[in-house]
Design a protein around this ligand. Sequence first.
Ligand code: NAD
Length: 481
Amino acid sequence: MDERQIAEIVRRVVTEMRPGAGSAPASASSGGHVATCAGGAVAGGRDGVFEDVEDAIRAAVAAQKQLAAEPFELRYKIVQAIRDAATKENERLSRLAVEDTNMGRVDDKMTKNDLAITKSPGPEDLKAECDTGDKGITIHEYAPFGVIGTITPSTNPIATVINHSIVMVSAGNSVVFAPHPGAVKCTLEAMRVMNRAIVGAGGPANLLTSINEPSLRTAKTIMGHENINLLVATGGPSVVKASMNSGKRAICAGPGNPPVIVDETADLKKAANQVFAGATFDNNMPCICEKEVFVLREVAEGFIQALQDKGAYLLTDSEAEALVKVIFTEDDHVNRDYVGKDANVILRSIGLNPPDDLRLVICRTNFSHPLVQHEQLMPVLPIVTVNSFEEAMDMAVRAEHGFRHTAIIHSYRVDRITAFAKAIQVSLFVANGACGCVLGNGGEGNTALTIAGPTGEGVCTPRTFSKRKRMAVVDGALRFV
Ligand code: NAD
């Protein structure tokens, strides 16, 4: 008999012995193979990872009940422990993410994780509010949803686990993860690290759960499960569509295709440096990264030269034509083999021999070029020359495809910054900085790994994962002035 079979027998026996569902005392252990929880015994879990999705959900239900019964203060301890453990394991987990997914860059993943660790808001985000007057007091407070099912991407696997653990648990929820099938090993390992930290801080086991071999079916089960109280989907168009059609309350963070406008008032060198930094970060995989540039004709050559001065490689027309045939499939889809790859690997595919430290490939294109129209998630940046600011805005709005995600402008004309922001209606808008500035990387403010454009929540914080409740005490009964 193997360990799994023994665990299954124990689970059945304990379930049969239980005097009544929900009446067992709350106790759970994270390290062992059997986690006994309020509301049922859940077998097979180790640091939150189960064989079966039903067990993972059941354990998360029990863990959430335990957390809800604890003082609010415990959430601060848990979140601090998550931040500490993630800091300690940042390099190992970043390396694992690159190995597991075969995409991205270790140093940038470390930066991204560090942002999630230090700039994801904690329980302090849930400050109660109060209205007082002659008729008494009305208090507004934030309550957990319960169990959140979160479907996570392959492009930010570790940072998403860190961020979701912090913001969702801060709000008093437990979380069932459905990792991308191409990022299972690193996502589960990050989750185990966070779970151990939670238990070490005195929190319940299994606040974060998942299963050993997640697949698309896992995500679908979570979407339809009666014990999942809120669905969060972070990924491309397919998962957003499926989640929005699931019939469940869903917070959906979809794709982006962030356009950049560079006008004649911009500081060209600074603009080129910022665009270079954004478009090369983690090989341009983050959804917020600069994906195409619209530059005014009178400054186009100067801007391209400034990018080349930073080290970008400018493709000739024939090289660009050859590259398109490699990085897009015949039926006009992005070739996933090149997503998140280093610039030199991408160029070698067309017989060029670039230096190993090449970070960015650029090319001149027109508006309808596939590099402009697709979110290709590679360090290959198309540049379109335009005749006027109005033309730049029109093209940028169309290239963003209504994703309501991110847009960037380099201009010192405030009226143009305002006009573009109003026209494009994105969740994140940056003027005169790299994309990351809007999520605390070089700019002010907190960070999020889930930018919910399609469903409108934008930058997700603990409040996003809470229910706002109010209580009124009337007739001045509770006033002290
Ligand atoms: P992906 O869409 O391939 O996968 C994302 C997740 O959805 C995975 O867990 C996958 O298993 C699941 N999934 C995909 N199709 C599904 C379906 N039909 N039913 C159920 N589950 C499904 O995305 P990816 O390649 O891992 O990540 C890159 C994409 O995610 C890009 O489009 C990027 O812009 C987007 N993204 C957006 C944000 C944001 O905050 N808006 C953050 C990160 C990534």
